[in-house]
Design a protein around this ligand. Structure first.
Ligand SMILES: *Cc1c(COP(=O)(O)O)cnc(C)c1O
Length: 426
């Protein structure tokens, strides 16, 4: 049933480290080998062995309209015919920037890059440049891309100073990254007592990289207050939650507002786009208007901009979309929870707009340490069995799930039916 994928994986491993271009794709945390994808259409993925799956990953978030959306596809093809890249300004960049600026009261200008990693890395440089300070505060379990100063884990000795979480990252580059526990107000306050050199707090206001774990309102209000009191900037990393949790992302459903926002994933609708944005005043510090350097040969790529522009216009034209996607997400996770409970399995579930998450554990996790207590073996078995039945979930309990407009109630009902068989043997 997976013969061609297994062979493809072996061949890929010969020439690509681990056979993949981004580690999570390798299925390491659930075991087995990943299906190699031949094509997608709407809600479905088709692998090289001819298996069909309902896709609850949607390229890890970008595809809110599912695969091969006709409008996005048409825009990409039409733009492609005019040339792939010019390294010169195009109207499309201003159009997409306008669409974004119009949406947010706290945003006056935006700069486009080619990935979420780049967006966050640049936002942090901007925060440091504007404040003239060096330290950044990051939370355990939040992922902000793979740039050096953000690949940190809790240090063994000191409470707050992070150590590199990957070989190849010098400790000198992470010593300015202060690591705090998510949703832990006391811990965060201590960080600001320990350092008077904090340029910014960077946070996923709705964390989607340790499963789906939202920050509490009180915690985010404290982030805001501490930044204001100490001359630091608050960065909401909305690379995942942007245009996903709501039209305005987490910012659209939370009281607390950030100084700088970062975007990725949905903003490119499947093409490589990232962006960071802030008030005109903050953004004017960016080169060539200001002195803080940031650049990119393919930044604002016309084909990618065209995809993002159509996608964003479609989302704006249909604001009910997020309620509909949330209804579907709730139907899925509440259904899973009910089935789990019938089988004496504890399952904790969360949704935010089109994002969802579920954890095999007794209580709903609020931070990375608590997520770590989940039953990962049980998740792995669940994942494996669901794949075999044609349901493609994210291959790690540390990842969120994504609903798209093309997934139907019937797809979800079929998924729950499959889950009721799988859960019997967990
Ligand atoms: C995916 C993600 C990133 C990194 O984006 P890439 O496009 O993979 O570089 C950064 N922050 C968050 C919150 C993300 O989910």
């Amino acid at each position: 049933m997976f013969e061609k994928s297994i062979k493809a994986y072996e061949e890929a491993c010969e020439v690509i480290p681990g056979g993949v271009d981004s580690p999570v794709r390798a299925f390491k945390s659930v075991g087995g080998t990943p299906p190699f994808i031949e094509k997608g259409k709407g809600a479905y993925l088709y692998d090289v062995d001819g298996n069909k799956y309902v896709d609850f990953v949607q390229s890890w978030g970008p595809l809110i309209f599912g695969h091969c959306d006709k409008d996005i596809e048409d825009a990409v093809i039409e733009t492609t015919k005019k040339g792939l890249s010019f390294g010169a300004p195009t109207l499309l960049e201003t159009q997409l920037a306008n669409e974004i600026v119009e949406m947010f009261d706290n945003i006056g200008k935006v700069r486009f890059v080619s990935s979420g990693t780049e967006a966050v890395m640049s936002a942090i440089r901007l925060a440091r440049g504007v404040t003239g300070k060096n330290d950044i505060v990051k939370f355990e379990g939040c992922y902000h891309g793979h740039s050096d100063s953000l690949l940190v884990q809790a240090g063994s000795g000191m409470a707050t100073f992070g150590s590199p979480s990957s070989p190849g990252v010098p400790a000198d580059l992470t010593k300015h990254t202060l690591l705090c526990e998510y949703n832990n107000i006391e811990n965060l306050k201590k960080c600001f007592e320990d350092s008077s050199d904090i340029a910014c707090i960077i946070i996923e206001p709705i964390a989607g990289n340790m499963g789906l774990v939202p920050a509490s309102d009180e915690f985010l209000a404290t982030c805001r207050e501490l930044c204001d009191k100490n001359g630091a900037l608050l960065i909401f990393d909305e690379v995942m939650s942007g245009f996903r949790a709501s039209l305005k992302g987490a910012s659209g459903i939370l009281k607390t507002q950030a100084d700088i926002l970062t975007f990725g994933k949905v903003i490119g609708a499947g093409m490589p786009v990232g962006a960071f944005a802030a008030s005109k005043e903050i953004m004017s510090n960016l080169s060539p208007e200001g002195k803080i350097y940031q650049a990119g040969t393919l930044s604002g790529n016309p084909v990618a901009m065209a995809a993002g522009l159509v996608s964003l216009k479609k989302l704006k034209a249909n604001p009910k979309i997020y309620d509909e996607l949330n209804q579907k997400a709730l139907k899925l996770v509440n259904g899973l929870k009910k089935i789990a409970n019938e089988n004496n399995i504890s399952l904790q579930v969360n949704t935010r707009g089109s994002m969802f998450g579920f954890f095999f554990c007794e209580e709903s996790p609020t931070n990375f340490k608590e997520v770590g207590k989940c039953d990962f073996k049980r998740f792995a078995t669940f994942h494996h069995e669901m794949i075999k039945k044609g349901f493609y979930f994210a291959c790690s309990q540390y990842e969120a799930g994504f609903m798209c407009t093309e997934i139907t109630n019937e797809d979800i009902e079929a998924c729950l039916e499959a889950a009721s068989i799988v859960m019997k043997n967990l």
